[in-house]
Design a binder for this molecule. Structure first.
Ligand code: 6CS
Length: 359
């Protein structure tokens, strides 16, 4: 059982209180910090909060970013990484970044979509392309980032990047080959209404549960199944308490990296450069990192032999694609003009990238 599930809450509460009271000159991110003109006293510490435990895709990303920023700043910036289990749930991490208690955080759209409805786009099924190279380029595209910049800014967050974490896989105690197989299945989703809708469309009974509680809910049979990338199913031990993993490639797990908007805007020019350049460097390796982790963890689970793995055919996937269509309408209803503009541009971007992809 991963350590995160054992020591989550007591430590979390203590740290949240401690961080909320912190105010060293460069890590005080409230509106006042935006006005502070003094020269920084180095080293400056940036806190980076993760939604995943050590060894995860987010952890590998954070370690790579830390290394680049500390190197580029010649040690003037120190990045402290807080893996999942040390601060709080995804929703709480978003609050910590919004109130300036941490400088950087991961915020997954599946947890963020009640706060920023537009990001519910990433919870929709069969919208992102099948082609790996097109997806890689799409998620690294500055234009995609620009489309979401304002919705994040409206919540006092600076969107710094999208991080691909691999195809979502479904686990349950049976194979999920058709939408009918979901009928009555109690499926855990991330904590937003849009995340639930994707599974309600298949006839499931979805429920929103924080990441740290998924294992125990599966173990106690309070839920029947869940959805996550392969690496996460291995590292959170979900495969120990589920019989079957269905690979239907419905959606990529896409996380966003954010900072407090006032904090980012108040960064001295050199610090903003170190951050932006570090993010650029890491964006280049993010795709390979998730590919490798998802592959090795799949092999590990297969070797252990606990889990049956079912790969859907194109025809089986098509039935799910058809069943998922009404959820797109719900997304458009809930996001209005802003969501429509993003959705349409996303589809154009996919077409353009697909047309230009190398043979
Ligand atoms: O399912 C979740 O809640 C989580 N899954 C992953 C792979 N990362 C973070 C997120 O909170």
């Amino acid at each position: 059982m991963p350590a995160a599930r054992i020591r989550f809450w007591p430590l979390s509460i203590a740290l949240v209180i401690a961080l909320a009271g912190c105010s060293d000159s460069q890590t005080d991110h409230g509106p006042e910090a935006a006005k502070a003109p003094e020269a920084p006293e180095y080293p400056v510490t940036w806190r980076f909060a993760l939604e995943e435990i050590e060894g995860s895709v987010q952890h590998a990303y954070a370690e790579a970013l830390k290394e680049r920023i500390e190197e580029r700043s010649e040690g003037k910036i120190e990045v402290d990484i807080f893996p999942y289990g040390s601060l709080g749930t995804s929703a709480q991490l978003t609050e910590l970044v919004k109130n300036g208690s941490v400088s950087l955080a991961f915020a997954s759209p599946g947890h963020l979509a009640n706060t920023i409805p537009e990001v519910g786009l990433f919870t929709l099924h069969y919208v992102l392309p099948d082609d790996a190279e097109v997806t890689r380029q799409l998620l690294a595209s500055p234009e995609l980032l620009n489309l979401f910049e304002q919705p994040y800014a409206d919540q006092n967050m600076k969107l710094l990047g999208f991080v691909p974490e691999g195809w979502m896989a479904w686990t349950a105690n049976k194979a999920l080959r058709t939408p009918d197989d979901f009928n009555g299945q109690r499926i855990r989703t991330m904590t937003s209404d849009m995340a639930e809708e994707a599974f309600r469309a298949y006839g499931a009974e979805p429920s929103q549960i924080p990441y740290s509680q998924v294992y125990s809910n599966l173990q106690l049979r309070k839920i029947d199944g869940q959805s996550n990338p392969v690496f996460a199913i291995e590292e959170m031990d979900f495969y120990e308490v589920q019989s079957t993993m269905t690979l239907a490639r419905p959606a990529q797990f896409v996380a966003s990296v954010v900072s407090n908007l006032d904090w980012y805007n108040a960064l001295p020019e050199n610090q903003q450069q170190w951050l932006d350049n570090g993010l650029n460097d890491v964006a280049q390796i993010a795709w390979e990192t998730q590919e490798e982790l998802n592959q090795t963890r799949l092999e590990k689970m297969l070797e252990e032999g606990h889990l049956k793995v079912v790969r859907l055919t194109d025809a089986e996937r098509e039935a799910f694609r058809q069943a998922s269509m009404p959820v797109r309408d719900l997304y458009l209803e809930r996001t209005g003009e802003s969501g429509q503009r993003i959705f349409e541009r996303l589809q154009q971007l996919i077409e353009e990238l697909d047309a230009n992809k190398p043979e």
